[in-house]
Ligand binder design. Structure first.
Ligand SMILES: NC(=O)c1ccc[n+]([C@@H]2O[C@H](COP(=O)([O-])OP(=O)(O)OC[C@H]3O[C@@H](n4cnc5c(N)ncnc54)[C@H](O)[C@@H]3O)[C@@H](O)[C@H]2O)c1
Length: 438
């Protein structure tokens, strides 16, 4: 067994810093405030409600995750944010129309106290958005330095011992990796030269890593998924994770597709469409931002079904993904999947999924778990890409040369085995022959 690392205790306060104080971020913050006050339960959060089985099934040991490993307590979390709009967390939560007014009224005092710091933003990268609460700076490097100062000031003012940053801001326009992203020195030179290949989200990630703050990306932007920033993470000994919260339709896809493959059922096509009426939907109505999302959503099936290993089953299938901005639905996204599958002797069958979900209600517990696990990883000395957190992402980041693991239950097994490893417990292989060897 690999020796478990020693983990620094979760002493003092943890700052959870979020670029983007929109629907997801305010639902996260209001949710944590509500749970702290005993007004609601943290449903959907593995760190708050999940358990891990230890030892043999006959041992009946299944502690809560937060008792097995030292996670920051919700009472010790302080939220800070940046946004292009100056609305505080209460105003922004009201505008997002996710949580009921009654609940928000009870949380008005703590939410009103969270006012977003001026953002690093340019409408060039998010076409459907513009706002007044934006930093000014001569260069992107200068803007990055201003973010570093924000982080230091927040930690000082809120008397926090540690911080993590989770990107909850809008999806940026599609961008491919280029030479500028290849190594840290080039990226920093490009920041000083205001190169358009350096996006606002990269500037936040750079600032966080320079300050030794772990960074996770909840959107499908390239951001920290480039060698230059991965080098910086390694150099600074900082944990990173991403990208794109896995919530509605992709969550379903990464459960159903492994089932097809497990039973060797074929696939002729998978048609996915959604209607969504929140600000995220409006931003994704721009073709550049949608392309970023589409690439992220399309990748899961190919990786799960492995067409090269199973050409007869998955060698040729159609896969379409659409998101339509439809204002009346607000945050209550509706998704449809029409799945054409193939059975014994080539006979066709169909599966239909109609998921009436709430986007931010699904995303908030995911964002909370990511923040708490990133902080755990950092205290355990785990730097660079945290692949064990793939469970939470649509496009999991992995080391160069590896393909990402998308199957939700393989991801969960990996996550729980990582927690067992961190706690110095035996990993579980599910072999189980010893139960029958008496
Ligand atoms: N809700 C989900 O289920 C889900 C799932 C996967 C990914 N996401 C992603 O999470 C992100 C947040 O989603 P949301 O529903 O809260 O969107 P939202 O539009 O309600 O909030 C995003 C906020 O980010 C702000 N913003 C944009 N660029 C910024 C910048 N450079 N700096 C600071 N603030 C900036 C916007 O003003 C807005 O208030 C989106 O990128 C979305 O695609 C959401």
């Amino acid at each position: 067994m690999r020796k478990p690392p020693s983990i620094a205790p979760a002493r003092g306060r943890l700052a959870v810093l979020v670029p983007g104080l929109g629907a997801v971020a305010t639902t996260l913050i209001a949710g944590v405030e509500a749970v702290r006050r005993g007004l609601a339960k943290p449903i959907g959060s593995l760190t708050q409600m999940g358990t891990v089985r230890l030892g043999k099934r006959t041992d009946r040991r299944a502690p809560l995750i937060r008792e097995l490993v030292p996670l920051a307590a919700l009472d010790d979390v302080r939220f800070g944010a940046w946004d292009v709009f100056p609305d505080d967390a209460y105003e922004s939560a009201c505008h997002a129309h996710v949580l009921e007014h009654d609940l928000l009224e009870q949380l008005r005092t703590p939410l009103s106290a969270i006012r977003p710091m001026p953002a690093v933003f340019s409408p060039e990268y998010v076409k459907r958005l513009d706002g007044p609460n934006v930093k000014k700076g001569r260069t992107k490097l200068d803007l990055g330095e201003q973010l570093r100062e924000d982080i230091r000031r927040f930690l000082r003012d809120q008397e926090c011992d540690r911080a993590v940053m989770v990107w909850c801001a809008s999806t940026e326009t599609f961008l491919e990796r280029s030479a500028v992203h290849g190594e840290l020195a080039r990226l920093e030179k490009a920041m000083a030269a205001n190169d358009p290949a350096v996006t606002p989200s990269m500037i936040y990630a750079w600032a966080a890593l320079k300050e030794g703050v772990p960074f996770a990306n909840g959107a499908p932007n390239l951001t920290v998924d480039v060698p230059a920033l991965q080098q910086l993470a390694k150099k600074q000994g900082v944990a990173i994770a991403g990208k794109d919260f896995k919530t509605g339709q992709t969550l379903m896809k990464t459960v159903l597709a492994p089932m097809l493959k497990a039973r060797m059922l074929g696939l002729a096509g998978w048609f996915s469409t959604n209607i969504l009426g929140n600000r995220d939907g409006e931003v994704l109505d721009d073709p550049g931002s949608f392309k970023t999302k589409e690439v992220s959503k399309l990748s899961a099936l190919e990786h799960i079904l492995q067409p090269d290993l199973y050409p007869d089953l998955y060698g040729k299938f159609d896969h379409k993904v659409q998101i339509h901005y439809y204002r009346p639905r607000g945050d209550n996204k509706e998704g449809w999947d029409a799945i054409d599958i193939v059975g014994w002797l080539g006979y066709p069958m169909q599966i239909k999924v109609n998921f009436l979900c709430r986007d931010s209600i699904l995303a908030a517990p995911v964002a909370l778990d990511i923040a708490l696990f990133l902080d755990l990883a950092q205290r355990a000395g785990m730097s660079g890409i945290q692949e064990w957190m793939s469970f939470y992402f649509k496009s999991p980041m992995v080391a160069e040369g590896l393909y990402p693991e998308h199957d939700l239950f393989i991801q969960l097994t990996k996550l729980k085995n990582t927690l067992r490893h961190l706690a110095g417990e035996e990993l579980i292989t599910h072999l189980g022959l010893d139960y029958y060897e008496k």
